[in-house]
Write a protein that binds this ligand. Structure first.
Ligand code: 5GP
Ligand code: MG
Length: 182
């Protein structure tokens, strides 16, 4: 039998995620002109299922997929600053492109702020942010997503890309776990 006893509460169902991706694809298609390129930038690893689902719902067939990895470290200083390191970037040319950053969850906001500033510094034409989940209570920097799937209270969640110790990314729903059962 599938082990599901670690699930305290299903916060977002797979059906709700699919519905959001469908709406998002249609919003992006109406935001950008047909002649304009759309580059989806998946922030690894958590946004992979989000990108894969979103890709299914475009009517145009020229969506570009790129990937980067952003890892945050708590700074050594007393004030925990969270330094974000951007690596494994597949996007060679940033200048002049319409980039839609796909993030699994917007928490303190440091990761997205770093990714956005990095793209802006390299001359992206437009930068949009789409996050599957938003935890606004936790924000420490001034950043807002253009597209938000689900706004949730301050809970640690896993599933649909969101991990605990690299696991549970393949759960189809987003859930609140019993931490002791993970
Ligand atoms: P931020 O830079 O906004 O603080 O953090 C974003 C990253 O922290 C996310 O991309 C994710 O990797 C991790 N994170 C934040 N909140 C959660 C959560 O509730 N569950 C999981 N699994 N990861 C989280
Ligand atoms: Mg992430």
């Amino acid at each position: 039998m599938t082990k599901r006893d670690f699930i305290k509460e299903v916060l977002v169902t797979h059906e709700e995620i699919v519905a959001f991706c469908k709406t998002l694809a249609s919003n992006l298609e109406s935001t950008f002109d047909e002649k304009d390129e759309i580059v989806l930038l998946c922030v690894l690893k958590g946004s992979l299922p989000f990108m894969a689902e979103l890709l299914k719902h475009f009517t145009r067939s020229d969506i570009v997929c790129e990937f980067l990895r952003a890892s945050s470290y708590e700074g050594q200083s007393t004030e925990s600053k969270g330094i974000v390191d951007i690596s494994c970037n597949t996007l060679d040319v940033i200048e002049g492109r319409n980039i839609v950053i796909l993030e699994d969850i917007l928490d303190t906001g440091r990761t997205l702020q770093a990714v956005r500033d990095y793209l802006a510094a390299k001359g992206a034409k437009t930068i949009k942010i789409a996050t599957l989940v938003d935890k606004p209570e936790r924000r420490v920097v001034n950043i807002k997503a253009d597209y938000i799937g689900f706004t949730i209270p301050d809970h640690f969640v896993v599933g649909f890309g969101l991990d605990f110790d690299e696991k549970y990314r393949n759960l189809q729903d987003i859930i609140i776990p019993y931490p002791e059962k993970l």
